[in-house]
Design a protein. Structure first.
Lengths: 190, 192
């Protein structure tokens, strides 16, 4: 699962794509811990955000994504009711506009559909993310602690160290514990 | 997508948003109130319109808990539909619905791109909780905005208090003939 968090978020936002609506800006980039005129972001394989890449419209909406934005241009989640499958995603932010909580509930499967994620920020960047499975026989907790970030000239991290731990929620048993470096390549609109 | 089709579709967007004032009466029963977007209250199972268009299927179906069936829609804490976002790259559709304090739809923004990009802002007006008119400002690509006004009257209701027939007077400026178009809109509603 550790390799698939990015995918999980992508799935959580549905089929996670661009334009300006009456000149409005959207906060799609903040959902992915990005700021500035990011056009595309690709995270290195084997990291917390997997090998996927995400792209953005110039106004900040996320390409190839089913995500609802409120009147202030803030991504708030998604609610898909498709035949017998249902998927509900809710996003919450702090006063600074940081994404702090993701709730995802799906009628199908355990992971990646049903989880809660809590994100903690240090110096405007995510320093910890805890993902808890909310269904299943033995729900797990995935803890990502981030340190030593290297940032680009736009202030977005492009490299960081990840302490990754997987625990059984009921027994607190550590199922996996490792450290690795996460890298992402960011392309910006001119 | 022709402008005329867009306008016709917008009429149904009008039908998309109205009955919020009455929707709250069913809040104790259903978790969601998607039918409010279709000016309907109660345990609505389906609504079938007499006309088809690109925005609203001729028939819309609701789940027992009040969500739109087989559709994408976000809801607020009161269970009212507040919009959606569907982006497939070059093709996208976004909807936002705003409400008054009394739960009535106060504004709608629809941003859609297929071959053309269309942005519509819709402002409804009520009298004693009944939708009397809606003003739509439609912009297609970089063209000049067009105003389309709908007036509604002569409502006929079913036993649950939902309208099943009404008279529509539509006036479009500029781009229209300037002459109002008058017709009757009907629909059939099924309940759980």
């Amino acid at each position: 699962m550790g390799k698939n968090v990015f995918k999980i978020f992508t799935l959580a936002f549905g089929l996670c794509g661009a334009s300006s609506l009456m000149g409005q800006d959207y906060n799609g980039r903040a959902v992915y811990d990005l700021s500035g005129p990011v056009k595309e972001c690709q995270v290195s394989p084997g990291t917390a955000f997997g090998a996927d890449k995400i792209s953005f419209m110039p106004d900040g909406r996320i390409n190839n994504c089913t995500l609802t934005f409120d009147w202030d241009g803030r991504a708030i989640g998604s609610n898909l009711n498709l035949y017998k499958n249902s998927r509900i995603v809710n996003l919450e932010y702090d006063d600074l506009g940081h994404l702090t909580h993701v709730y995802s509930e799906a009628s199908y499967g355990v992971a990646p559909g049903n989880f809660e994620a809590d994100l903690t920020y240090c110096d405007n960047a995510v320093c910890q993310m805890v993902i808890k499975e909310i269904k299943g026989k033995a729900p797990r907790k995935f803890i990502y602690s981030y340190s030593a970030p290297v940032v680009d000239d736009k202030g977005n991290w492009i490299e960081r160290t990840v302490d990754y731990k997987v625990m059984d929620i009921a027994s607190h048993k550590v199922l996996e514990d490792k450290k690795y470096t996460e890298i992402r390549k960011i392309e910006y609109y001119e | 997508m022709s402008k005329i089709n867009i306008q016709r579709g917008l009429l149904s967007l009008v039908t998309l948003f109205i009955a919020l004032a009455i929707s709250t009466s069913s809040a104790e029963i259903r978790n969601y109130h998607a039918s409010a977007l279709y000016e309907a209250k109660g345990n609505v199972k389906s609504i079938k319109y007499d006309k088809n268009n690109q925005f609203i299927k001729k028939k819309v179906v609701f789940t027992p808990d009040g969500r739109l069936k087989n559709r994408l829609m976000s809801y607020n804490s009161a269970g009212l539909p507040i919009g959606y976002g569907s982006n497939m790259g070059d093709v996208y559709s976004y909807l936002n619905v705003g409400y008054d304090k009394d739960g009535s739809v106060s504004k709608i923004k629809w941003d859609n791109k297929n071959k053309n990009r269309s942005v519509a802002l819709i402002s409804p007006a009520y009298t004693d909780g009944v939708l009397k008119s809606a003003l739509i400002t439609l912009t297609v690509d970089s063209g000049a905005p067009q105003n389309i006004e709908y007036q509604f009257s002569d409502y006929i209701y079913d036993n649950s208090g939902n309208w099943i027939s009404r008279k529509v007077t539509r006036t479009a400026t500029p781009g229209g003939s300037g002459q109002p178009e008058i017709y009757t809109e009907t629909r059939k509603i099924q309940y759980y």
